[in-house]
Design a protein around this ligand. Structure first.
Ligand SMILES: [Zn+2]
Length: 290
């Protein structure tokens, strides 16, 4: 889910999946999408992709895509679909297995606020049974929490997700809004040693550097901000991936080109270099089998 408010190009606020976009689970058998067939020719009449290698969208929510959009995902991009609630985890696990794409399962802080923590054991049970590529999104969100009790709920869920990821030996995908130092403190207190990804990074350069020193990577979305620019400048390319958070921040996974362009501009290096490196970084981070 998004850390910022604007939906790129629309001026709309991010929304929960609309009912018309929630039909993803009704996909017909046999409509399997060959996303892993990266070398396939584009449909006739379409321009060849600018980048011959597969790109990786390190964070999106295919559970919020309509059936139509799922059936016509832009080619040449491997999406990493992420859950944020139990309901969203159910859908993402099903979609990822059907499309044979990488996926993350987790409980986001906003879900801790809207649904409480009582069902956490049941939610965790489901995650354990479905071998995701990473645990997340999860973390802390100080934008939506209104009081100490809210923050406590977020912390309970985050601690559970960190423990689960450690138990499963998986990396963490972090949602953090106005809470980067608190998230990094929590990881440090836990003694977190595995990789983690700061999804939709919206902190500043110092937070980004600290995350990287702690073994993290920074996920950049193609939306300009002072803090994001600082992060791109100060973090080595080997520690950067790109994402769309589609359909929230960008409508579709081809918004990944904006992230690539942004990193290339700030670092003053060719887009091809960024495309290749960010894909390799994501493949390594999520342990994506090609
Ligand atoms: Zn998200």
């Amino acid at each position: 889910m998004p850390s910022e408010v604007l939906v790129k190009g629309s001026g709309l606020k991010p929304r929960a999946c609309s009912s018309s976009e929630q039909s993803a689970r009704g996909c017909k058998a046999g409509t399997e999408f060959p996303l892993q067939a990266q070398g396939r020719a584009p449909p006739s009449g379409t321009a060849a992709p600018a980048h011959p290698e597969p790109l990786v969208d390190a964070h999106c929510h295919l559970d919020c895509f309509s059936q139509e959009k799922l059936d016509s995902l832009p080619p040449g991009i491997i999406p990493v679909t992420a859950g944020y609630s139990h309901k969203s985890n159910l859908k993402n696990a099903e979609i990822a297995k059907r499309l044979r794409i990488p996926f993350c399962l987790g409980i986001a802080p906003q879900t801790a606020l809207s649904e409480g923590v009582e069902k956490l054991p049941e939610w965790v049970d489901f995650i354990k049974k479905h071998s995701p590529n990473a645990i997340g999104e999860c973390g802390l969100d100080f934008h939506w929490s209104k009081n100490d009790a809210d923050i406590e709920k977020e912390r309970i869920v985050f601690a559970k997700m960190i423990g689960l990821a450690e138990e499963m030996g998986l990396p963490l995908v972090i949602h953090s809004r106005k809470s980067d130092p608190a998230v990094l403190d929590a990881l440090e207190e836990f003694g977190w040693k595995l990789p983690f990804m700061m999804h939709f990074f919206s902190g500043n350069g110092a937070d980004a550097e600290r995350a990287v020193r702690m073994g993290g990577i920074i996920s950049i979305i193609g939306m300009h901000s002072k803090g994001r620019k600082e992060a791109i400048q100060r973090v080595p390319l080997e520690k950067i991936v790109v994402e769309t958070d589609a359909p929230y921040a960008f409508r579709n996974i081809d918004g990944i080109h904006e992230g690539i362009k942004y990193v290339a501009e700030v670092k003053e290096i060719p887009e091809e270099t960024v495309a290749k490196a960010t894909a390799e970084n994501a493949i390594k981070f999520f342990n994506i089998k090609q």
